[in-house]
Design a protein around this ligand. Structure first.
Ligand code: ATP
Ligand code: MG
Length: 459
């Protein structure tokens, strides 16, 4: 679908002979052509569905070419305009370029010239799309997947096998174990690696927003939908769609998602036309989907559809062999960011890291190393550079020896908060949820107790 559409061209001219001539020629060049005989019709068509390229005659009755260009610009309609000018009116062409036209072709039309200019315009469209794609991908470009422990190698081996196929993959694992990193690696290992990887975070948005983010919407589908918007499903065409936090998706959308997964079919919000995609799906979650199944909040058919290949990332405490290489990787990464030389980690600090349980997994470790790199003043990283504390279980005993009742309670509270933050990799909203507190109340408590918010990097 998208490939065909990418080559749509809108031709606007009031002279029926020229319209016919042009569209015949363009069709011969294997483009898909839409015609408009005047400015109103042109804008109507463009607002409904912008063509990548518009060929626009400047001399039109009623709404003139320049006015159309202004409207295209002010409404932000995504189309590359090539104007057709009468022979010997270079001034007009200059005005049009100022108003946003990309190039011009003088009449009488020279087919070879036409072809060159259109191909150039299409190249520009491809670049623009590529740019949009790179932007969506930007934050996670090629971050390596570190870890040579047997548990990780096992996951990686299955992941690489599955990557070669088109099978839907479900990645599970505690928060901070690297589900997103693995999803990106799967895309890189797959035959679709030259095509986009598009991430949809199912938890971040309301159901309506999520639907339009996924499937796009037609112009006028709801208040504020001023023009057609393509969804992430269309942006990911030919590539991989990564559905993050899939457990948070609401039942009404689950049905539409199931149809996408099964039939590769969907409709834009407010649209009636069924579109087809060509996608590979990778989903991730750290929620207990089986519990949601029992509660009836997650569709069984969707669950089975997602579960074709299941990968579970082991928590860091079960693969402490990876601590060394992870610490080294993060040490180099954050030292480079701060333009410092990486420091060795003292044996005492390393032992400290090895004793910790890492409830926040790799994210917690990454934060710990980042903090140590930032704060360390000695030639080696020392235990006191690390934001780690003993687990809550030991706290009651430790607190009891603190003397005063109030002091002990305060100490206990502090440990609870720190522990919750560590478990969520510093995510205050999740820590608040886990503790059954309001997010704002939690952040007040943190301030009162002088607990520094751990740096969060990545999510
Ligand atoms: N194997 C790994 N190698 C390198 N970095 C990793 C690895 N695993 C995780 N990380 C880093 O840890 C952080 C958390 O990883 P990621 O976002 O993939 O976790 P997640 O499982 O998706 O967590 P959540 O469930 O909270 O979304 C990221 O900054 C990521 O770069
Ligand atoms: Mg994640």
């Amino acid at each position: 679908m998208a490939d065909h559409e990418r080559y749509r061209i809108l031709v606007v001219d009031d002279d029926p002979d020229i319209l016919e001539l042009l569209s015949d020629r363009l069709r011969l060049m294997r483009f898909q052509v839409t015609c408009a005989a005047d400015g109103q019709e042109a804008l109507r068509t463009l607002r409904q569905e912008p063509a990548p390229v518009t060929l626009l005659d400047l001399q039109l009755p009623g709404l003139g070419g320049l006015e159309i260009l202004e409207t295209i610009r002010s409404e932000g309609i995504q189309t590359t305009v090539i104007v057709i000018t009468a022979w010997g009116t270079p001034q007009k062409a200059v005005e049009a370029m100022r108003a946003g036209a990309y190039d011009f072709i003088p009449k009488p039309l020279d087919p070879a010239h036409l072809e060159v200019v259109i191909n150039k315009a299409l190249e520009r469209c491809a670049l623009r799309e590529e740019n949009a794609r790179l932007q969506t991908e930007l934050c996670g470009l090629d971050r390596p997947l570190i870890g040579g422990s047997p548990a990780m190698l096992e996951v990686v081996r299955t992941a690489q096998q599955a990557a070669a196929s088109n099978a839907t993959i479900l990645i599970r694992g505690e928060s901070g174990t690297g589900k997103e990193i693995l999803a990106r690696a799967i895309h890189r290992w797959s035959p679709r690696k030259e095509r986009p990887l598009v991430v949809v975070n199912c938890v971040a948005l309301s159901e309506e927003l999520l639907e339009s983010e996924l499937f796009g919407h037609e112009k006028g589908a709801f208040t504020g939908a001023y023009q057609l918007k393509r969804g992430k499903v269309e942006l990911a065409e030919g590539g991989t769609l990564f559905l993050d936090e899939i457990g948070d998706i609401r039942p009404a959308l689950q049905a539409k998602l199931l149809r996408l997964l099964q039939e590769q079919e969907f409709e834009r919000v407010g649209g009636t036309r069924t579109l087809r995609g060509n996608l590979r799906f990778v989903a991730a979650t750290n929620t207990d989907l089986e519990r949601l199944l029992k509660q009836g909040t997650f569709r069984q058919d969707l669950y089975y559809r997602l579960n074709v290949v299941k990968l579970t990332l082991p928590p860091l405490r079960e693969r402490k062999e990876d601590l060394g290489s992870l610490v080294q990787y993060f040490m180099e990464k954050y030292s480079a960011e701060l333009r410092r030389l990486p420091k060795p980690v003292s044996p005492a600090a390393m032992a400290f890291l090895a004793r910790h349980d890492w409830p926040g997994n790799v994210r917690e470790l990454e934060n710990a190393v980042e903090r140590a790199v930032t704060l360390s003043t000695e030639p080696e990283i020392q235990p006191h550079d690390l934001p780690i504390f003993e687990p809550v279980a030991g706290t009651a005993v430790a607190a009891a020896s603190l003397g005063s009742y109030h002091e002990a309670v305060l100490q206990f509270k502090r440990q609870l908060l720190q522990d919750a933050l560590a478990r969520t990799g510093g995510n205050q909203s999740r820590a608040a949820d886990a503790l059954g507190l309001q997010r704002t109340y939690l952040s007040r408590l943190l301030k009162e107790m002088g607990i520094r918010e751990p740096n969060r990097s990545g999510s």
